[in-house]
Design a protein around this ligand. Structure first.
Ligand code: ZN
Length: 67
């Protein structure tokens, strides 16, 4: 199975998520960095790490029954 990082643009959530399951990236704590570029790098590294380490089986898609 090939999973990808996808940008989710929903009513309740905007951010990065998984194309194969309901996992979504929620940044932990405030963004830190000396500059915007550094914050972005930090954010992307955190996002990529969490994406790589999550298990799709733990986040079953809930699209069939919203709310
Ligand atoms: Zn997933």
């Amino acid at each position: 199975m090939r999973r990808k990082l996808v940008w989710l643009d929903g009513q309740n959530f905007q951010g990065w998520g998984c194309s194969e399951c309901a996992w979504a990236f929620k940044p932990q704590g405030p963004l830190v960095g000396e500059s915007i570029a550094e914050m972005k790098t930090h954010y992307e590294r955190q996002r990529d790490q969490e994406f790589a380490s999550h298990a799709c089986a733990d986040h079953p898609p809930a699209t069939k029954n919203p709310r």
